[in-house]
Design a protein around this ligand. Structure first.
Ligand code: IPE
Ligand code: IPE
Ligand code: MG
Length: 252
């Protein structure tokens, strides 16, 4: 049984069986920040702030154990309807994460990409997203997709519009439309579909996350943990559960 070490080289009791089937691509719906804060009598924004630290820990851990793609759901197309104060505080958290990523994550191998309609963010945030992506463009480690202003339905609508426009301009022939082509017009083009999708906080729904790509993803819903408390052990638990699943893809 291999023991994975944390960043400081200190051995934690984190074990994954040696015969584990590691998912190539993990999706995480980082849910439960508000409830975590409420339970402690804190403002919801405190939950988002602790949740952003959890995100950094878990992203690094996924990279350490050899996950090739990680997609985290950070802000949905529907989250704009939250109180303005909460949206503003989330934007501040995104900004400070990107400043950290640009200025301090020089030794990282993780390649960050933003997926979603980023044109709705402030010019400053859009510029930081660009710098974050460009700063890691040459890295060859885990691909980290951060889904912001992301909605699975909006993603499909954008793809359909682009396909129509490419047909109109003659770049594409109608007869070439198939599942592979549609996948190639999504934000996750060239990436494998998620094998495992984890949702802490116990909600049994997709909330518009990776609708097309998750057709055969294995869902692990964890109702005993809210995102700010989500640990490396919880990630291992989800992977172990995934590893036991019998993926049939419609076969027998
Ligand atoms: C997830 O936590 C973070 C975002 C959606 C931005 P929530 O804020 O949804 O937390 P709960 O679900 O209200 O507890
Ligand atoms: C999904 O969580 C979006 C993110 C985690 C970013 P929500 O909290 O927005 O989803 P619902 O409202 O419970 O479906
Ligand atoms: Mg929620």
């Amino acid at each position: 049984m291999p023991i994975f070490n944390n960043k400081k080289g200190k051995s934690e009791n984190l074990t994954l069986p040696s015969d584990i089937i590691l998912p190539k691509h993990i999706g995480i719906i980082m849910d439960g920040n508000g409830r975590w804060a409420k339970k402690r009598g804190l403002p919801r924004t405190a939950g988002h702030s602790v949740g952003s630290n959890t995100f950094k820990t878990i992203a690094r851990y996924c990279s350490e154990i050899g996950i090739k793609y990680l997609t985290v759901y950070a802000f949905s197309t529907e989250n704009w309807k939250r109180p303005q104060e909460e949206v503003i505080s989330l934007m501040k958290i995104f900004k400070s994460y990107m400043l950290e990523a640009i200025n301090e994550f020089k030794d990282e191998t993780i390649k960050i990409r933003f997926i979603g309609d980023t044109s709705k963010f402030s010019p400053e945030l859009q510029d930081l997203m660009k710098q974050t992506e460009e700063g890691g463009a040459d890295r060859d480690g885990m691909v980290l997709n951060i889904a912001v202003n992301y909605g699975g339905r909006a993603e499909i609508v954008t793809a359909v519009k682009q396909i129509c426009s490419d047909i109109e301009s003659g770049k594409l022939d109608k007869s070439s439309i198939d599942e592979k082509l549609i996948s190639d017009y999504l934000y996750t083009a060239d990436q494998p579909d998620p094998d495992l999708i984890i949702r802490p906080s116990g909600e049994y729904r997709t909330s518009n996350f990776l609708l097309w790509q998750s057709a055969y993803s294995e869902y692990v819903i964890m109702d005993n943990v809210l995102w700010p408390d989500f640990s490396k052990e919880n990630l291992n638990e989800a992977i172990i559960e995934y590893s036991k699943r019998n993926r049939r893809y419609g076969g027998i």
